[in-house]
Design a binder for this molecule. Structure first.
Ligand code: C5P
Length: 293
């Protein structure tokens, strides 16, 4: 049994996000294509005194208690399978917070995966996925990794075979968005454009980058872009800088542009950096079966 384990926790973006309606449990019925990207938090888990959970981070912006999804993941896991074990978790935070990039969810997924290893529990993927769904809607995808079509609250996952590698310029404006508030304010009648998910998937299967970019759509833009015009501004700027298309991820406010050429993407990055602090040139991340399943 290892005494310490280190896990890379990738961020995600939503290449499409559609809402099919509101559910009896208050959540929204989703149809979304999710993609991991190589913007990584690094999680270290070590054994600690029995029954204890301690979360530390290089970031002072994240909670170190139950408010942190990684803490909740550890509590849930240890309660069920810990046999009195205690852990110390360190989160090296690189993924922007409150950004629509599943930063908290991916840390939680990494903790579930890591504890299964560290404590040598031998739990099956299905067991971990079930716990993941109890922690948050994005956590199951973060555990599965790669690319997937998600339905339900986000927990019903169909893995997608990798398509053409995506080169993405990601910009996180200097404010955070509450996912719960965005969903609360969502009004189907205010949506101007819905994604055509089957058309997106066809482009995906044919590795057609123009089709993939052209079919990216997110209905939550109808809430977040209206509330924060800055998001529309970033989208326009990135389009002018040569992105094939630009979309908001999740409930926002992060925005990503798909680029065909690295040179153009790098020039765009330099330009965006003159106005924004958090700008990242990233790629799709397809590593399954290593840190993730
Ligand atoms: O599941 P999670 O706690 O990450 O979701 C955050 C909030 O986003 C929920 O409280 C809910 O308001 C909203 N949500 C939703 N429908 C989903 C996923 C999230 O309404 N499918």
């Amino acid at each position: 049994m290892p005494a310490k384990i280190e896990i890379a926790a990738p961020a995600k973006i939503n290449l499409t996000l559609d809402i099919k309606g509101k559910r009896a449990d208050g959540y929204h019925e989703l149809e979304t294509i999710m993609q991991q990207i190589d913007l990584l938090d690094h999680i270290t888990i070590e054994s600690a005194s029995p029954g204890s959970i301690r979360v530390d981070s290089n970031s002072s912006l994240i909670p170190h208690n139950e408010g942190n999804l990684a803490y909740r993941a550890a509590a849930l896991f240890l309660d069920k399978y810990g046999s009195g074990a205690g852990v110390k978790i360190f989160i090296e935070k690189n993924i922007p917070i409150g950004a629509g990039l599943a930063g908290g969810s991916t840390d939680a997924a990494a903790v579930l995966w890591g504890l299964n290893r560290l404590l040598d529990c031998g739990l099956a993927k299905a067991d971990l996925l079930e716990m993941a769904a109890q922690i948050g809607s994005d956590v199951p995808f973060c555990l599965l990794g790669g690319s997937a079509l998600a339905r339900g609250r986000g927990e019903l996952l169909e893995p997608l075979a990798p398509s053409v590698p995506l080169l993405l310029l990601l910009v996180k404006p200097d404010f955070q968005v509450s996912t719960a508030e965005v969903y609360q304010q969502f009004d189907l009648t205010k949506v101007e454009k819905f994604p055509d998910t089957p058309a997106f998937l066809e482009s995906w299967q044919h590795c057609d980058i123009i089709g993939i970019a052209g079919h990216m759509e997110n209905v939550l833009e109808s809430v977040s872009v209206r509330k924060y015009p800055e998001i529309a501004l970033i989208k326009e700027k990135m389009k002018k800088l040569g992105a094939l298309n630009v979309l908001m991820s999740g409930s926002g406010p992060s925005v990503f542009g798909v680029f065909k050429e690295k040179g153009l993407a790098m020039e765009a990055m330099e330009t965006m950096k003159t106005s924004y602090r958090e700008v990242f040139l990233v790629s799709s991340f397809e590593e399954r079966g290593g840190n993730n399943y």
